[in-house]
Design a protein. Structure first.
Length: 555
């Protein structure tokens, strides 16, 4: 993260750029340090930073909002002596003045260290976050040899969306995460959009038994699907020399989710294409054939379909379809379809207009599952934000967290089959002692007795009101007075979910900037961000009995 810098600079360390035009400058690097610490100003326009090696070959060219007037934070940029930074600014010089006076030259620093100590009060205590920079969709998740691997859409050069790369973290318990080096970075084919990983247990691709095979969207003028492989358990990847492996004539063609289908002894790739999902198959993970499409007239079509997943749960198949916009309360959300899959075609068992949402909060998107999960579990994570305001939430050192891990199952309500959502069992392991008042990191259990209303509040009058209507069988969460809502008109909202029967017990997970509420039986889930100026330390409940547990996680 971007806290105080662990470096002392001499007075002559200030960068002296070679100004070549009103929007072009170069910086030669002869520092003996590992990093140049680039000063970022979020209101500035992107500058394209091209890295030229001593042999005059370009290696990287990220976009960075280099500071013009003031510095919001720093990001580390790994360098070698003899390289040159070739920088093109895109802002209007009539508004910003001459580039020789930009703050970035005075504030650019060199160091062998980058301090990631947290300086954000809203950083979650027990949810996964990047050490610094921007994060969105979880990618490539798999379990192997006692480790849960989480890759994610990542911008290492700022806390706004840009420069899509696969970041990487691993965990042994789905709670404590270790940050690892970048996994897959942009190349000549494109930046690295969302995708998936599989464990190739039978060496079908020829890269070795148990090789980890990653599939991702290469995003440039068009979107194509590429492949990389790892022989060290997912730590490092080698890109396939015949990329891209799948192409198609469509502007939105992305987010490959790959899994093995026993019925046909073939790999299946789900792809999001506009407002449908395509199904492709392969015997060797390299040569792919289109089998069918699903989506016409089914479910919600309020926005682009993204981040698919196909899950076998019990005797049913579930197709996960993330959509943006079109969510039940605006912006992005996760819908799903229940039906059957024969290795070539998915058949939905519901009527076309039936729409089912996996989570009824505003901050639950890009839900995908861990491949190769143990014990036959279907374990998922979601990106805990909404595209309506994800770039504006009141943090800067980092932006975005993932939801807690959840396990999926099935339940019936009338003639329809729905997906149940329960907190993964790993969340029980971090329950601490019972406490009398809520804290910034706690789990609240509510034994519900008919219609119920629960209010979390603080001394500033900020509050979140959760209510259950026993007659209507609905659960609602009102965050309109939850704290800082000023950054977006779309943030202050009340979200409402059906409970599919009587609600008997609630499990509510509170963290520094989020509230996740679950029916203990799994029939309802609701995830919402909150940004209180001080923690909610008061609780009032009508129609229920409350038990509160502290959550303590070592970081």
């Amino acid at each position: 993260m971007v806290a105080a810098l662990l470096v002392t600079l001499s007075a002559d360390a200030q960068v002296k750029p070679m100004v070549l035009s009103e929007n072009h400058a170069m910086v030669r690097l002869e520092t003996g340090n590992k990093y140049v610490l680039l000063p970022v100003e979020e209101k500035a326009e992107n500058a394209n930073v091209r890295v030229i090696n001593s042999d005059n070959q370009t290696t990287r060219r990220p976009n960075v909002r280099l500071a013009v007037d003031n510095v919001d934070y720093y990001v580390p940029f790994e360098i070698k002596d003899g390289q040159t930074l070739d920088i093109i600014f895109t802002g209007d010089r009539r508004k910003t003045g001459p580039i020789k006076d930009f703050a970035c030259w005075k504030e650019m620093k060199f160091s062998n260290d980058f301090d990631t100590t947290n300086r954000e009060k809203f950083r979650p205590s027990y949810h996964h976050t990047p050490l610094y920079g921007w994060m969105n969709d979880p990618n490539g998740m798999f379990y192997k040899d006692g480790e849960w691997h989480l890759y994610y859409q990542y911008n290492p050069y700022g806390s706004l969306w840009e420069n899509m790369t696969w970041g990487h973290s691993v965990s042994k318990d789905l709670i404590h995460w270790e940050a690892l080096p970048l996994a897959i970075e942009a190349d000549a084919i494109g930046t690295i959009f969302s995708g998936s990983c599989v464990v190739d247990k039978n060496n079908t691709a020829g890269f070795g038994k148990d090789a980890i095979i990653a599939f991702y969207t290469s995003a440039a003028e068009s979107q194509t699907q590429s492949m990389a492989y790892s022989t060290d358990g997912g730590r490092t990847f080698t890109k396939y020399d015949k990329n891209p492996v799948v192409t198609f004539n469509a502007p939105d063609f992305r987010d490959p989710k790959v899994f093995w289908y026993e019925g046909t002894n073939r790999w299946i790739m789900m792809l999001a294409v506009g407002q449908e999902m395509q199904i492709w198959s392969s015997a060797n993970l390299k040569d792919w054939n289109k089998e069918s499409s699903f989506g016409s007239e089914y479910g919600c079509h309020g926005g682009v379909w993204e981040c698919p997943d196909m899950l076998k749960i019990g005797d049913k198949w579930v197709l996960i379809c993330n959509i943006n916009p079109g969510g039940p309360f605006g912006g992005s959300a996760t819908q799903y379809f229940v039906g059957d899959f024969d290795g070539r075609k998915f058949t939905c068992e519901s009527m076309p207009k039936v729409t089912k949402w996996l989570d009824y909060g505003k901050d639950h998107y890009a839900t995908v599952s861990f491949s190769n999960a143990p014990e036959g579990r279907v374990t998922v994570l979601a990106w805990m934000s909404n595209w309506q305001y994800a770039n504006q939430v009141p943090t800067k050192q980092f932006r975005s967290a993932n939801s807690i891990a959840r396990d999926l199952g099935l339940f019936k309500d009338g003639e329809e089959t729905y997906v149940s959502v329960t907190p993964s069992k790993e969340n029980l392991a971090v329950r601490g002692a019972k406490i009398k008042k809520p804290t910034s990191a706690c789990e609240i259990i509510v034994d519900v007795k008919g219609t119920m209303e629960l209010t979390l509040s603080n001394a500033r009058g900020e509050q979140v009101v959760m209510s259950y209507d026993a007659q209507k069988q609905t659960f609602a969460m009102d965050r309109s007075k939850s704290g800082d809502c000023s950054f977006s008109e779309a943030f202050a909202a009340t979200t409402v979910a059906p409970t599919h029967g009587n609600l008997k017990q609630l499990r509510i997970f509170v963290d520094n900037s989020s509230i996740e509420a679950f029916d203990a039986d799994g029939k309802m889930a609701m995830t919402n961000l909150v940004f209180p100026n001080e923690p909610y330390n008061n609780i009032k409940v009508k129609g229920g009995k409350v038990t509160i547990y502290e959550i303590k996680v070592k970081r």
